[in-house]
Design a protein around this ligand. Structure first.
Ligand SMILES: C[S@@+](CC[C@H](N)C(=O)[O-])C[C@H]1O[C@@H](n2cnc3c(N)ncnc32)[C@H](O)[C@@H]1O
Length: 341
């Protein structure tokens, strides 16, 4: 058993974004950054034994972005190959799956309009094995693997990775390392030999987390939330440093060959517009609203009022910073090393 004592933890098993598709356009731009790595993985997939190319998409949410990304990638592939494609979308059991299915089946730009493409869903945490051994040709995950298996609330910051409490920080770093190793080991089992795993996840700069931190302090100073409510709020994710990611990859070097490794500070919005403010506000309401259900034990009406104040503060911060929302993003592409090499 892992030792994760002395950390203020909460289960994130009930985590699910509501209305994700409505506010997910910045995440689509980010997801498209995995296109080159995905095209290379598809080319390699042709040379592997299995006739069906199985794609697993970890942390798909309501599937709009995954569907558009995969459609974009499969369209040129379909001009030269009719290999069957089976796509598994994965997210938590609480995800809006009916909305995801409706999106895939009814969207005019869906991959389902391409021949010989099938899909299914797996509503189960990706911290467990979710598909059989040696069954996945290409695994992808966009903006999801920085979520931890449990929310860690630092005494001084909503982002566990930004805490200045040295004792907490050390334990959180170990927790995040164990989680990443677990994710890699599970995906290793699921991948076919020489299959590709393409991951995009956040690093230590997460402006969204910092805005939430600043809003949290302001609401506490105004007497709107108590000290306990302020301290227990968590952004539910951990921004790993390059050294932390590399240490995990190093530990897994017998299992994965690194095909590509890149980290960039990416603006989630470019240019100022009313639409960006609307999207940022919607994202804030969605993410913070969910977290407040865990930390604000008051009437629903009071909680909704407090949520409104968080969102207003975050919107002010976003506007004051010229509508910037920078996030460190890693793209890591890995090839499974076959057991018999
Ligand atoms: C920011 S969204 C990314 C959605 C989509 N991949 C995209 O790029 O637009 C992160 C998703 O990860 C999911 N997630 C977080 N922890 C998870 C877990 N343990 N198992 C499965 N999905 C998880 C969340 O529910 C959420 O839908």
């Amino acid at each position: 058993m892992k030792t994760k004592n002395k950390l203020n933890k909460m289960s994130s098993i009930d985590y699910a974004f509501q209305n994700y598709n409505e506010y997910s356009s910045p995440a689509l731009t980010v997801m498209m950054r995995m296109s080159n790595a995905f095209q290379e993985a598809l080319s390699k997939a042709r040379t592997l034994d299995s006739s069906t190319i199985t794609i697993a998409d970890y942390g798909s949410s309501e599937c709009l972005n995954s569907m558009l990304f995969i459609k974009h990638a499969l369209t040129p592939f379909r001009e030269t190959s009719q290999q069957p494609i089976l796509i598994y979308h994965n997210d938590l059991p609480t995800n809006s799956w009916s909305k995801a299915f409706k999106t895939i089946l009814e969207h005019q730009d869906s991959y389902i309009n391409l021949p010989n493409v099938y899909f299914s869903s797996v509503g189960r945490t990706f911290f467990e094995q979710i598909l059989p051994d040696n069954s996945v040709t290409i695994g992808i995950s966009s903006i999801s693997f920085h979520f931890l298996s449990e929310d860690l609330s630092a005494p001084d910051h909503v982002l566990a990775s930004s805490s200045n409490d040295l004792e907490f920080k050390e334990k959180a770093a170990k927790f995040a390392h164990d989680d990443l190793i677990n994710l890699l080991e599970l995906r290793y089992k699921e991948l076919v030999d020489h299959g590709t795993l393409i991951l995009q996840f956040a690093g230590e700069t997460m402006d969204f987390g910092q805005y939430l931190q600043d809003a949290n302090e302001r609401l506490y100073e105004k007497g709107i939330v108590t000290e306990e409510e302020k301290t227990s709020l968590s952004a539910a994710s951990y921004g790993r440093t390059t050294e932390e990611v590399q240490r995990a990859l190093d530990q897994e070097r017998e299992k994965f060959r690194v095909l590509y490794f890149n980290k960039e500070k990416v603006p989630m919005f470019t240019g100022k517009s009313e639409k960006h403010i609307e999207i940022f506000t919607g994202m804030s309401k969605m993410v913070v609203g969910f977290q407040l259900q865990k930390t604000i034990k008051r009437t629903e009406e009071e909680r909704n009022e407090i949520l409104k104040q968080y969102v207003d503060e975050m919107k002010d911060l976003f506007e004051a910073k010229d509508q910037q929302l920078f996030t460190d993003l890693y793209i890591v592409a890995l090839e499974k090393i076959s057991r018999d090499k």
